[in-house]
Design a protein around this ligand. Structure first.
Ligand SMILES: C[C@@H](CNC(=O)c1ccc(S(N)(=O)=O)cc1)Cn1ccc2ccccc21
Ligand SMILES: [Zn+2]
Length: 260
C-alpha cells in the first residue's frame, strides 16, 4: 500500500502491504495440539444469533470469496464462550487448497483439512466500526470451522451455485436470505486462543474460536471453490487455490478447550 511505499518497505506482491509483521507474539494460524489444550470449565457455551435478512452480497476480493453482512445494528452477533461482549457478524469467507490434501489454515495435531471457514465478528460494545476494532486487542472474534470431504452440504450449495458469477477479482453479486448458522457443526465443542488476522494487516486483535468438529462437503462443491480466479477479467488466468497462511509459532500461548 501507499504507506509501505512512503516507508520504503518491501511490498509483498500477493498482499500489497508491508511484509514486516507486528510484534509477532500472537500470530495465526497455529497447530492445535489436542493434548496441550487446557479444559476451562468457566468457558460458557457460545451463543450465536444470525438474522438472514442482514445478508448483503458475495464478492471475490482477489484473495478469497466472502459473504458480507449489514452490521449497522446488532441483528447478527455472537456472545458468550470466551467473549466478554457482543461481537457483530461482518463477513464470512473460506481458505482452501489446490487438492484435498491441504487447504486449512489451522491444524489439529498437525492434521490438515481441505478447507476452513472463517466467520468474522467485531466487538460492537467497545468499538464504533469494524475498521476501528481491527486495530485493537479483543476487537475481533473469528469462528473457524474445518471442512472435510464427505456428504453433500445442502446449505453450502446455495453459495456454490452463485460462485460462477464472481469468477474474477472485484466481481460482486447480490446474495440475500442466507443464514450462516447452517455452516456450523451441531457439536458445541471448541478451542479458543488469542491470535491475529491471517492476512495483512495481520493485526493481533482476534479471539479465535475453532470448532472441534468439521462439517462435511462433497468433492464437487469444493471443486467449485477452485474454479474461482485470483485475477481480474482480461488478465492471465490464475486459479484461486492455496489461499492459506503457513502455521505461526505458538510463542507460549495456551489454547483452552470448552470440553474435557
Ligand atoms: C482488515 C482489512 C481487511 N481484512 C479483513 O477484514 C480480514 C478479516 C478476517 C481475516 S482471517 N483470515 O484472519 O479470518 C483476515 C482479514 C482491511 N484493512 C486493511 C488495512 C486496514 C487498516 C485498518 C482497518 C482495516 C484495514
Ligand atoms: Zn480467514
Amino acid at each position: 500500500g501507499d504507506s509501505a511505499r512512503l516507508l520504503c518497505l518491501p511490498v509483498h506482491p500477493l498482499w500489497q502491504s508491508p511484509i514486516t509483521i507486528p510484534g509477532g507474539s500472537r500470530q495465526s494460524p497455529i497447530n492445535i495440539q489436542w493434548r496441550d489444550s487446557v479444559y476451562d470449565p468457566h468457558l460458557k457455551p457460545l451463543e450465536i444469533r444470525y438474522d438472514p435478512e442482514t445478508c448483503l452480497h458475495m464478492w471475490n476480493n482477489g484473495y478469497c470469496f466472502l459473504v458480507e453482512f449489514e452490521d449497522s445494528t446488532d441483528k447478527s452477533y455472537i456472545t458468550g464462550g470466551p467473549l466478554e461482549n457482543n461481537y457483530r457478524l461482518k463477513q464470512f469467507h473460506f481458505h482452501w487448497g489446490a487438492i484435498n490434501e491441504w487447504g486449512s489454515e489451522h491444524t489439529v495435531d498437525c492434521k490438515v483439512f481441505p478447507a476452513e471457514l472463517h466467520l468474522v465478528h467485531w466487538n460492537s460494545c467497545k468499538f464504533a466500526s469494524f475498521e476501528e476494532a481491527v486495530m485493537e486487542a479483543n476487537g475481533l472474534a473469528v469462528i473457524g470451522v474445518f471442512l472435510k470431504i464427505g456428504a453433500h452440504h445442502s446449505g453450502l450449495q446455495n453459495l456454490v451455485e452463485v460462485l460462477p458469477s464472481i469468477k474474477h477479482k472485484d466481481t460482486l453479486v447480490e446474495f440475500d436470505e442466507f443464514d450462516p448458522s447452517c455452516l456450523l457443526p451441531s457439536c458445541p465443542d471448541y478451542w479458543t486462543y488469542s491470535g491475529s488476522l491471517t492476512t495483512p494487516p495481520l493485526t493481533e486483535s482476534v479471539t479465535w474460536i475453532i470448532k472441534k468438529k468439521p462439517i462435511e462437503v462433497d468433492e464437487d462443491q469444493l471443486e467449485m471453490f477452485r474454479m474461482l480466479l485470483f485475477n481480474s477479467f482480461g488478465d492471465e488466468e490464475q486459479r484461486m487455490v492455496d489461499n492459506f497462511r503457513p502455521l505461526q509459532p505458538l510463542m507460549g500461548r495456551t489454547v483452552r478447550s470448552s470440553f474435557s
